[in-house]
Design a protein around this ligand. Sequence first.
Ligand code: B12
Length: 215
Amino acid sequence: MANQEVIQKMKDALLAFDEDMAQAAAEEVVSTGADIVETMKVMGDTMGEIGEQFQVMEIFLPEVLLASKAFKVAMKIFEPELLKSGTAQGERPRAVIGSVKGDLHTVGKDMVTTMLTVGGFEVKDLGIDLDASTFITEADAFGAKIICVSALMSSTIAQQKTVIEFLKAKGLRDKFKVMVGGGPCTQSWADSIGADGFAKDAVGAVEVAKKLIAN
Ligand code: B12
């Protein structure tokens, strides 16, 4: 079956908010050897479409929640497949990741976690709704070189700056590289708050993280 056809099935599953359809589509992606990363990109865009439907009140929170559950079901099937093709070997640079205080969105952060792991990093997922001190204490304890800070809303994005300001206040700014991302985040925002890196998606996050480690 052509790549596009099976990827379309996944898109249809998310737009139907249907976990079972998503599971079947994910299994078909794997069994037909369709491009998993390409599928994940389409899934990310589809969540954006779902967000637009939510914004104009064509759908409501329960549907959005079901779509994100369907997304996660598919990711669970993709993760082991991606890891098989991963570059992870020997000592891996460490990173922590989480969503900022007040932000409960997990899907994008989880996708970045998977791609960084596939890309050769050892990643500790700290979860959601994290205050600045938790990011830093956990990064220190884990021996992370990179702190990845996700924010999905215009009301929570300022928390990315808080993490950087907190590092400065503790005299730890030079100890970690800070990478930011999430819906409202842009390169110019990242520059304005003094972040070391920004990527608009999970694939880009791997490239940026590798550069940060190399420097
Ligand atoms: C799913 C979803 C939810 C689910 C979350 C479930 C879950 N477990 O995650 C639920 C239903 C719980 C939810 C709740 C809410 N949501 Co919501 N949600 C979404 C939705 C539709 C999709 C998000 C998503 O999963 N995208 C798919 C992933 C793959 O994309 P992503 O998250 O952007 O991540 C990619 C990149 O941004 C990047 N990235 C992400 N993090 C990081 C980190 C780093 C370091 C890097 C480098 C890159 C990176 O890589 C990722 C992969 O490519 C978005 C719409 C949208 N356009 O994003 C709204 C959206 C984010 N939500 C929104 C709102 C308003 C809310 C609520 C306030 C609604 C309400 N009235 O209660 C609550 C707030 C909850 C809270 N306190 O956090 C708004 C935010 C508007 C704004 N700009 O402020 C949006 C944009 C919808 C809209 N158009 O109105 N939501």
